[in-house]
Design a binder for this molecule. Structure first.
Ligand code: GRF
Length: 201
């Protein structure tokens, strides 16, 4: 992590399970300065095969696979993830396609300091396949939401939402692609906003 001399560096931890395109957008935004004075202190995945982990290693970032299958229960898995986070000492934990629900104990360790991005206009369509559900409902608008994480699934306070029009004849793939492009702008912007408001950890 590098920053101009004398400026406090805000530390991000990223939790992901797959592709990692939002993580990459966040990393690029740090380089561009859209998220100023920040660095990625750890990238953690519950899936050792996650392409996002490979991206982190290619960028010489601290990358950790914590394979859920190697742990007997959620508590022991989370405890390993938490010990990595403790060492990384993040100001903000960003879920970027992390496919596990965090326990109340985990959330309580980082009050007001965990963000998630979801490809719908919450509170509509929390959980899986929101793009498909928006199309099936005949909606004309969808989008993405960046929100604080609480004990529920996609239920915490909203930081920022972006609308994406649903076009006649849209497929799930086309709609998902346009929402994802919007996510890549929205997540860095939301992170910059939240970091600005945060007191030092
Ligand atoms: C994104 O659509 C995000 O909103 C959802 O999971 C997907 C992750 O994609 N939570 P990626 O791994 O960031 O490419």
């Amino acid at each position: 992590m590098t920053a101009p001399a004398g400026t406090p560096l805000r530390r991000l931890a990223i939790l992901l399970s797959g592709r990692g395109s939002n993580f990459e957008a966040i990393a690029d935004a740090i380089v561009r300065g859209t998220i100023p004075r920040a660095g990625i202190a750890a990238v953690v995945s519950d899936n050792p095969e996650a392409p996002g982990l490979r991206i982190a290693r290619e960028r010489a970032m601290p990358a950790f696979a914590v394979d859920r299958k190697q742990f007997s229960d959620r508590e022991s898995h989370e405890s390993r993830v938490l010990s990595i986070l403790q060492d990384a000492s993040p100001d903000l934990v960003c879920l970027a396609g992390y496919m596990r629900l965090l326990s109340p104990a985990f959330v309580a360790r980082y009050p007001g300091r965990i963000l998630n991005i979801h490809p719908s206009l919450l509170p509509r369509y929390p959980g899986l396949n929101p793009q498909q559900r928006a199309l099936a409902a005949g909606d004309t608008v969808s989008g993405c939401t960046v929100h604080f994480v609480d004990e529920g699934a996609d239920t915490g306070p909203v930081v920022l939402q972006r609308e994406v029009a649903i076009l006649p004849g849209d497929s799930v793939e086309e709609l998902s692609r346009r929402i994802l492009a919007e996510e890549h702008r929205a997540y860095p912007e939301a992170i910059a906003t939240v970091l600005d408001r945060l007191k030092p950890a």
